[in-house]
Design a protein around this ligand. Structure first.
Ligand code: ZN
Length: 159
């Protein structure tokens, strides 16, 4: 009977972490080794596995690999969801809007030139940044042991 297995979670002495539903982050007081956040973010940004830095995190345009093709690290725990598009919009918006206003103020270009330039510029920038930002979000989640990335699950037969 498969339900006879009990699910145990290890990895920290912080009782509040289990109440919030998040595994311990490998920080102070945790038995799990720390994972460098900056390195994981950078590796994810350049589409490299946050664990080994060799295998790809993403295949195709935005599909995250279930596991690293190089070291086999389980990447299926990622829950990037809406974070990459949100962050991409924030970054692109904070670059495009000031630039557009600056060019609008300093030049006397006709409106059609602005439309012809800024729409494709925004589109290209968004589509270029979305993929590396998604990789970085996966790296961040891995480094902080979020969404099951840090869970050590042990099945114990009770029957
Ligand atoms: Zn790897």
């Amino acid at each position: 009977m498969p339900d006879s297995a009990a699910r145990l979670t290890f990895g920290g002495g912080d009782p509040t972490s289990s109440e919030s539903g998040h595994p311990p982050a490998g920080g102070r007081g945790s038995a799990l080794p720390r994972r460098p956040v900056g390195r994981s973010l950078t590796r994810g940004f350049v589409n490299r596995c946050p664990n080994c830095g060799k295998g790809a995190v993403i295949h195709g345009y935005l599909k995250v690999n279930d596991a690293c093709p190089s070291c086999g690290e389980d990447l299926s725990h990622q829950r990037a969801d809406d974070a990459p598009p949100y962050l991409t919009m924030v970054i692109v918006g904070h670059i495009v809007v000031p630039l557009m206003l600056l060019v609008w103020t300093l030049t006397s270009l006709p409106s059609w030139v602005h439309i012809a330039f800024w729409i494709p510029f925004t589109l290209i920038m968004t589509l270029t940044l979305l993929r590396p930002i998604k990789g970085a979000v996966v790296g961040l989640q891995w480094a902080n042991r979020m969404h099951g990335f840090g869970e050590e699950v042990v099945h114990v037969r009770t029957g």
